[in-house]
Write a protein that binds this ligand. Structure first.
Ligand code: SAM
Length: 220
């Protein structure tokens, strides 16, 4: 299985219509946790099993992983969880903009692919337009959780989130990392990083009440 795919390649520009919550989940009224870049979905399986009051949606650009996760989900008959194959930067924004307000209570982006080089900035999953769509869909008080074991990956994400002016940090001094995963459930990459003793950079943001302004969100 390839570890990285280039999200800008022609193949991944295909727009995929993500179904609306009433087509995804048994109870469309529950709050939604969206995990962007969910891979095989271990994190969401663990959360969905013990949080029946939430709906969970995982999306990933690697189809084989999503097929695997969806088969497993069907076998286990978990109906507050769905996995969808798509490129978040191509297919997610429309879904977000059409979402009922107050539904998207939590978003996580965990260990996104490390496109280190500045010339590869456009391949990073958290792009200004995606952040604008997330901020537009997320109600006040909802949570945006990010983590990575690569400082040069998390730093520009934090700067982008801050310069949107739409999120406040969980840390009042705004310069500390969360010591642990706030959900007590770990992703595959997180388990690997913990075993290897790697430093993990984690931040939790809360949506504030500012109205997002598309053109004020940009990479520094
Ligand atoms: C390093 S893996 C981490 C997976 C998982 N979040 C974890 O922590 O174990 C990053 C994941 O993001 C996915 N990804 C990268 N770019 C994406 C994009 N534009 N849209 C959707 N998924 C993407 C990759 O396919 C990969 O599965």
């Amino acid at each position: 299985m390839r570890q990285h795919v280039n999200p800008l390649s022609q193949f991944f520009q295909l727009y995929i219509e993500i179904p609306k919550p009433n087509q995804l989940f048994d109870d469309k009224n529950l709050p939604i946790h969206l995990d962007i870049g969910c891979a095989k979905g271990g994190f969401l399986f663990d959360l969905a099993k013990s949080n029946g009051g939430w709906n969970f949606l995982g999306i990933d650009i690697r189809n084989a992983l999503i097929d695997f996760a969806e088969k497993e989900r069907k076998n286990l008959e978990i109906n507050n969880l769905r996995f969808i194959f798509c490129n978040a930067n191509v297919s997610l924004e429309n879904w977000l903009l059409a979402l009922d307000s107050n539904k998207l209570e939590r978003v996580s982006i965990q260990f996104p692919d490390p496109w280190f080089k500045r010339r590869h900035q456009k391949r990073r999953v958290l792009q200004p337009s995606l952040l604008f769509a997330l901020a537009s869909a997320m109600p006040q008080g909802s949570e945006l959780f990010i983590q990575s074991d690569v400082y040069s990956v998390i730093k520009p994400m934090i700067e982008l989130i801050k310069n949107s002016n739409c999120f406040d940090s969980s840390d009042e001094f705004d310069n500390l990392w969360l010591a642990d995963n706030p959900f007590n459930v770990y992703t595959e990459r997180e388990i690997y990083a913990l075993k290897k003793g790697l430093t993990i950079y984690r931040r939790l943001f809360y949506r504030n009440k500012r109205i997002p302004e598309k053109f004020s969100i940009y990479f520094n």
